[in-house]
Ligand binder design. Structure first.
Ligand SMILES: [Zn+2]
Length: 313
């Protein structure tokens, strides 16, 4: 046995005490974080799991709730931007510092950026307008009511009906078209950069084990932003196709209502795609309205995926 191994110098002893102290503090901090998640954060409102992702996503309201509970406030500093009014390209990057109220000590920092060439800002959804009343309320008629197109009253339309092949409808572009007006989005893009910086700073408080950054950033990592756009015209929502009529099984499936978990997921997508609760409600309302629904609890399984697609940025 080596006697020397048992000799602990005062310096080593000090270091060991420091380490175990640090370990204790780390453990306590972890317990505190667990408590915050349990007490302050509500699933579906502050965070949610988006299909295809492993970890729940921390939303902006969640980041704000974490800050409130720890008595922190965000302080934003611009760390780069680009504004090209000629080309319509806008880019903003911020550093968010989370500071302790009172002492103003910086507790955490995070960087976030946003630009107008991102998928969700680069394109806009072209809406067909009614040849009769000129309202952008044209939706695909339900197959059981004879298909075609309807100027949807619930979207403020006049109720006029049009045939499937009516050129007055079909010749109008629908679906994704390049956004010819990025200028009205400047404030949104700027705010989104701050939102991302805030969420990053909140995650850097030690929550990155439990949560991930916004799912939109996962999309960026997967390279979806670089994919060529689908052809802009003649893009019908999947529900526009008549349902398959090969047997009762399909018909039965058509009538199934989506589950509570699916409703939650749908809202999670909407929250992640927007800034405020009102915007999320607006996005969901528009998406489900296109399929003739007023409430998410009415959505049939067959329409779930296309509605999710419509909500996604
Ligand atoms: Zn109309």
């Amino acid at each position: 046995m080596n006697e020397d191994a048992l000799v602990v110098t005062p310096q080593q002893e000090h270091a060991l005490t420091e380490w175990s102290g640090a370990a204790d503090r780390g453990l306590r901090a972890r317990t505190e974080r667990g408590k915050i998640i349990g007490r302050v954060l509500e699933e579906g409102v502050h965070y949610g799991t988006i299909p295809g992702t492993q970890k729940p996503t921390l939303y902006k309201p969640g980041a704000e709730a974490v800050c409130d509970s720890l008595n922190l406030y965000p302080d934003y500093e611009s760390v780069g931007n680009l504004e090209d009014f000629e080309k319509g390209v806008f880019f903003y990057r911020y550093r968010c510092r989370l500071k302790q109220r009172g002492s103003d000590a910086v507790v955490s920092t995070g960087i976030g950026s946003c630009n107008s060439m991102e998928e969700r800002y680069r394109w806009r959804k072209a809406e067909r307008t009614c040849p009769t009343c000129s309202k952008p309320a044209i939706i695909k008629g339900k197959a059981e009511y004879g298909g075609g197109f309807v100027c949807f009253k619930k979207k403020g339309g006049c109720g006029a009906k049009f045939k499937d092949a009516d050129p007055a409808i079909l010749e109008q572009p629908a679906g994704r078209v390049p956004n010819d007006d990025p200028y009205t989005l400047i404030n949104t893009i700027d705010k989104m950069a701050q939102k991302r910086a805030l969420v990053a700073a909140a995650l850097n408080l030690g929550f990155s084990q439990q949560f991930t950054q916004d799912a939109e950033d996962l999309g960026a990592q997967a390279g979806t932003h670089d994919q060529p756009p689908p052809p802009p015209a003649e893009e019908h929502p999947p529900a526009a196709r008549p349902p398959k009529s090969d047997g009762e099984a399909h018909h039965e499936k058509d009538e199934t209502i989506i589950s509570a978990a699916q409703i939650k997921r749908l809202w999670a997508k909407a929250y992640s795609a927007t800034e405020t609760k009102e915007q999320a409600q607006e996005v969901v309302g528009a998406a489900i309205g296109g399929y003739g629904y007023e409430k998410t609890s009415e959505i049939r399984t067959v329409h779930y995926d296309p509605i999710c697609k419509a909500i996604e940025p």
